[in-house]
Design a protein around this ligand. Structure first.
Ligand code: FDP
Length: 342
């Protein structure tokens, strides 16, 4: 460990540097950290207590809900509502915005989260994660909350991050001043700074995509993959393919080693022409983190953080990672739009 700084100390230092900070953000973050520890405890006991498998319900995405998904969602809603600083929450598991009950104090922050990402990996002991994205409301405090307060562009995020439940639990986040990673030391129950100022390598060597769906991709994405696999690319050798199938885990590996994550549009299902990943709870937070680490995230057409969301569970095609790799994707899409052939 380079330094024994806890995540709470780090956030308090950040608070001191923000003129006029009230401590509201620190309170919200403390509840997130506590939730991450509680979820870690449940994840670590999976297989020993009755927390694996399905609840029998189907969520707003039409997916079967896993018990651990439901547990993580419940913990986050319960804890975050008690931070006293939120006016609303939104979860990947809930169809609508979650209001903070009248009985609890409120503030100006809004948090959007995916309580347990990579659910299909839960029952087989493969890495999963929690993703979060934090905004401040635009409308006046105390007045009615507007949908535009929740549906802000990703560039308006105040902070974003993820918790990775892996060989250890890691909390990685940005408040707009770089990306920092903290590892949970279970012996002291604290997240300690283990990865200060993370920078993603400018040139990656890994691509992560569910290649089984190649036949359903658009022409440009097929061209992109051909490029990464060609010995004539920037590396002068094929990239390595790595796909865990948990966004948090695939993203985290690429962040540290360099690489690109792709979840393209899928032309198979006309109901989901924009791929699978959700703009507000998955793509925006990852895009904020990757940009803060020196990388890039696009939907094939534009910067992810510039997209105006039109609904809470909107999906977009997602290309995210090392600068040179994502620029290459952008060039291929731009050439296709301008009618040029490579
Ligand atoms: P999951 O459905 O298992 O929760 O968006 C959710 C997600 O996992 C991502 O974490 C992951 O990158 C992707 O879906 C995997 O989807 P495919 O199985 O279609 O590859």
């Amino acid at each position: 460990m380079p330094q024994q700084v806890t995540v709470t100390e780090h956030i308090l230092l950040h608070q001191k540097m923000v003129p006029g900070a009230t401590g509201q953000f620190t309170r919200l973050f403390n509840e997130l950290v506590l939730s991450a520890k509680i979820i870690t405890r449940a994840v670590n006991k999976a297989g020993l207590v009755d927390i694996l498998g399905f609840t029998g319900d189907v969520n707003v995405q039409g997916e079967e809900v896993k018990k651990l998904d439901e547990y993580a969602n419940r913990i986050l809603i319960h804890r975050l509502a008690r931070s006293g600083v939120l006016c609303a929450m939104a979860s990947e598991e809930n169809a609508d915005i979650i209001e903070v009950p009248d009985s609890l104090p409120r503030g100006d922050y809004i948090i959007i989260f995916d309580p347990l990402d990579g659910s299909s990996n839960i029952d087989v002991n493969v890495n999963i994660g929690t993703i979060f994205s934090i905004y401040k409301r635009k409308s006046d405090s105390g007045g009615p909350l507007m949908s535009s307060d929740v549906l802000q562009k990703g560039s308006e995020q105040v902070a974003a991050g993820y918790v990775l439940y892996g060989s250890s639990t890691m909390l990685v986040f940005t408040c707009g001043d770089g990306v920092h990673g903290f590892t949970l030391d279970p012996s002291v129950g604290e997240f300690l700074l283990s990865h200060p100022n993370i920078r993603i390598p400018e040139q990656g060597k890994i691509y992560s995509v569910n290649e089984g769906y190649e036949r359903y991709w658009d022409r440009e994405t097929k061209q992109v993959l051909a490029y990464f696999k060609s010995p004539k690319n920037a590396l002068r050798k094929p990239y390595s393919g790595r796909y865990i199938g948990s966004l948090v885990a695939d993203f985290h590996r690429n962040l540290l080693y360099g690489g690109i994550f792709l979840y393209p549009a899928d032309l198979r299902d006309p109901k989901k022409p924009s791929g699978k990943l959700r703009l507000t709870c998955e793509c925006n937070p990852m895009a904020f983190i990757v940009e803060q680490a020196g990388g890039m995230a696009i939907d094939g057409g534009q910067r992810v953080l510039d997209i105006e969301p039109d609904h809470l569970h909107q999906r977009i095609p997602f290309y995210c990672g090392s600068l040179n790799d994502v620029k290459m994707v952008q060039d291929i899409f731009e050439e296709a739009r301008s009618g040029k052939q490579r």
